[in-house]
Structure formats: structure tokens, C-alpha cells
Design a protein around this ligand. Structure first.
Ligand SMILES: Cc1cc2nc3c(=O)[nH]c(=O)nc-3n(C[C@H](O)[C@H](O)[C@H](O)COP(=O)(O)O)c2cc1C
Ligand code: SF4
Ligand code: SF4
Length: 262
């Protein structure tokens, strides 16, 4: 089956983007790209047709899809559009994120033909999945792309496609409101503006880069990881406790990607 490939992803620290591009690169070199990380990119609504194939990639936040993009994803429409679903997580667990992603896209007129959970360096600490996706992960993502391409070649009618199984449970893992975990800014700041330009929620003030709206910040850590001088860091007790718990319980064992394809 011939389809127009589309890459759709939300990726504050860039790991999800790398996986989606590695897989997509083995399917087509003519993909349309929809990076929905910045608020401006989520202003227009997307719809896809039966002639499209969409690879959708999201990071896992608290075992779920990020709440900030839930409404946006629920407004995307398909029309018997084939979809490949990707969740990228930081070596704790992906819990129900892939199932939630599948449920949303099925309800919007998409037909999932494959799905995968990949690993990316944890946004909070490089002690979990540090440096990932690494070369092995990228190779696995490329092979995943090749498998999707082969599957696509074998489909002659959408009525042949069986429902796709992915891991996860419903009701989904509860999103518990935690204590604020907003970054602070040290006097190493050189006012370059990189953090504000990359913030997916426009939480950072463009006139004073040390001012961050607590109610808007989702602790994605894009500003922390992108700041060229290391001026941004999260210093709250809640963040320190969460990071320590993650390191103690989930840093020792390297988890590997999981692929769901029939
Ligand atoms: C608020 C928040 C919650 C997260 N929750 C989880 C989680 O439940 N399980 C996990 O393994 N990783 C979790 N992570 C880590 C991210 O899923 C992981 O670092 C991912 O690679 C980030 O994707 P990105 O680079 O595309 O932003 C969380 C990260 C953030 C910022
Ligand atoms: S990226 Fe870092 S140095 Fe640049 S404005 Fe933000 S905090 Fe300051
Ligand atoms: S201010 Fe908050 S939401 Fe914005 S980039 Fe930094 S951590 Fe992410």
C-alpha cells in the first residue's frame, strides 16, 4: 500500500523526535513533519486522510501521555488513516501511555498497524537511560521502521488489518497532582533566550528569563537541558525527592524497547 508518511511528535527534550525520525527515515524520505512541541505549532488543527500513514510519538509522563497535549490529540481527525504509535519513556515504566495513545487515535478514525515503547534519557536525571536513545536504540527504531514498511507492502485492503494489541490497563494510571517542580535560574544566566523559545507551555517570561509561571510549567526540563550555561535547574524538595526515588529504584537495570506489530 502506498501512503504519504507524516511524522507527528511532542518532544520537549528531543528523545521522542529522534526515535520517530529514525523509524520514519526507513519508511520514506518524503515525510511531512508536525512537531507539536511549541504552543504555536498547536494552534492549527490537523486532519489526515485514508492516503496517509502517521507516526505519532509522545514521551511518557507519569505513565500516561502528557496531559498538556491530550486535548490537542483528541482534536486530530483521521479517515481510516493508518497509524504507528510510539511512546518514549525514561527507564521507569510506560504503564498505560501506549494504550491511551492507541485509544485516542482509534476513536479519531485511525487504524494502528504497529506500536512501540522506546527509551530516552529521563528528563529529570541522566542516571536513568542516560544518553539514550543510543546507537542500539536507533538501530532498533530503524528496524522497526523497516518492519512497518514491509507490513504496509503486504496490506492490500484495510479490512485485512487485525486490531493491534499494546500493553497497558484501563482505567489508566491516575495522574496525581504533585508539589510544584518549577526550575530556578542562577546568575550564570546570559539572557540568550534559548529556554523561553523552547518552552512548550510559554511559561518563561521573554523579558525576564528567570521568571517562570508556576501554574504553566510542566517540569518537562527542556529549559534545564537546553540552557548553554547550566543556569536552569530544579531545586524544589519535591523534585529532589522524585529524582532520588527514581535513581534508587530504576537506574540499575537497562530496559529495552518493546515492539507491537502483527
Ligand atoms: C513530568 C514527567 C513525567 C515523566 N514520567 C515518566 C514515567 O512515568 N516513566 C518513565 O519511565 N519516564 C518518565 N519521564 C521521562 C520521559 O518519559 C523521558 O525522559 C522521555 O525520553 C522524554 O521525552 P522527550 O525527550 O521527547 O521530551 C517523565 C518525564 C517528565 C518530564
Ligand atoms: S537558556 Fe539559560 S542562559 Fe539562556 S536565557 Fe535561559 S536561563 Fe539564561
Ligand atoms: S519552564 Fe517548565 S515547561 Fe517550560 S521548558 Fe522549563 S521545565 Fe519545561
Amino acid at each position: 500500500m502506498k501512503k504519504q508518511l507524516n511524522l507527528l511528535y511532542f518532544s520537549p527534550t528531543g528523545t521522542t523526535e529522534k526515535i520517530v525520525k529514525a523509524a520514519g527515515g526507513k519508511i520514506s524520505d518524503n515525510a511531512k513533519e508536525y512537531n507539536i512541541t511549541l504552543p504555536v505549532s498547536r494552534e492549527s488543527m490537523l486532519s489526515f486522510t485514508k492516503d496517509d500513514l502517521v507516526i505519532v510519538g509522545v514521551p511518557v509522563y507519569s505513565g500516561r501521555i502528557p496531559a498538556i497535549i491530550e486535548d490537542y490529540l483528541k482534536n486530530i481527525s483521521g479517515d481510516n488513516t493508518l497509524a504507528v504509535l510510539v511512546a518514549v519513556y525514561g527507564n521507569r515504566e510506560y504503564d498505560d501511555a501506549l494504550l491511551e495513545l492507541k485509544d485516542i487515535f482509534v476513536s479519531k478514525g485511525f487504524i494502528p498497524i504497529a506500536a512501540a515503547a522506546f527509551l530516552g534519557e529521563h528528563s529529570f536525571t541522566d542516571k536513568l537511560a542516560g544518553g539514550r536513545p543510543d546507537n542500539d536504540d536507533i538501530k532498533t527504531a530503524e528496524n522497526f521502521g523497516l518492519d512497518v514498511k514491509n507490513k504496509l507492502d503486504k496490506i492490500s485492503s484495510i479490512s485485512d488489518i487485525k486490531p493491534l494489541f499494546v500493553k497497558g490497563n484501563f482505567p489508566y494510571r491516575e495522574r496525581k497532582p504533585g508539589s510544584p517542580m518549577t526550575p530556578s535560574t542562577s546568575n550564570e544566566c546570559v539572557s540568550c533566550g534559548v529556554c523561553a523559545s523552547a518552552c512548550p507551555t510559554s511559561a518563561i517570561d521573554f523579558d525576564d528569563f528567570s521568571k517562570i509561571k508556576e501554574d504553566k510549567c510542566i517540569t518537562c526540563c527542556s529549559c534545564v537541558k537546553r540552557c548553554p550555561t547550566g543556569a536552569k535547574s530544579v531545586q524544589t524538595e519535591g523534585f529532589k525527592k522524585a529524582s532520588a526515588w527514581l535513581i534508587e529504584n530504576f537506574s540499575a537495570v537497562r530496559k529495552e524497547p518493546e515492539i507491537f506489530i502483527q
